[in-house]
Design a binder for this molecule. Structure first.
Ligand code: 8DG
Ligand code: MG
Length: 137
């Protein structure tokens, strides 16, 4: 993995909810390979948090999310990879459609999980969120 100059970046992660379940995918990307994570990605220059969340969820899953509620944040340093992310979580419902793995090189597939029954290992930012005691439902 390329080690970039050291400055924190902003990651947007969407807690996509349907029928009391949350959408998770197992990452194939170099960072957090094999961990379970929320759909999300980098906040681009000039982009709003809502637009980024909507764009990333659509690009990665094909789902369109409804009204977006701001959630908590997490601060995670990936020492070995030389990365530092501030993750902004948002919460939204996805009323219709089945999630598809639209970026199979990054995520093998999506599935719905109860918050209390999440699989392991979680992507570090999501693990941090869970350990904070936050529950979105
Ligand atoms: P992009 O470069 O196309 O914008 O994004 P991506 O290809 O979807 O990258 P990503 O790795 O999915 O997300 C970008 C970074 O956001 C990721 O390397 C680490 C950070 N990030 C967190 N927390 C979370 C999270 O819970 N889910 C996702 N998907 N990314 C997160 O810090
Ligand atoms: Mg992503």
């Amino acid at each position: 993995m390329t080690v970039e100059p050291s400055h924190p970046r902003v990651g947007i992660a969407a807690i996509v909810i349907r029928d009391g379940m949350v959408l998770l995918g197992q990452r194939c990307s170099a960072l957090g390979n094999g961990t379970w994570a929320l759909p999300g990605g980098h906040l681009e220059f000039g982009e709003s948090i809502e637009d980024c969340a909507r764009r990333e969820v659509l690009e990665e899953t094909g789902l369109t999310i409804g009204a977006i509620t701001p959630g908590p944040c997490a601060n995670n340093v990936f020492v070995a990879e030389g990365r530092h992310y501030v993750t902004l979580f948002v919460i939204a419902e996805a009323h219709a459609g089945e999630p598809e793995a639209r970026e199979p090189d990054k995520c093998a597939g999506w599935s719905w999980w109860r918050w209390a029954e999440f699989p392991a290992p979680l992507f570090p930012s999501l693990e941090t969120l869970r350990q904070s005691g936050f529950t979105p439902l």
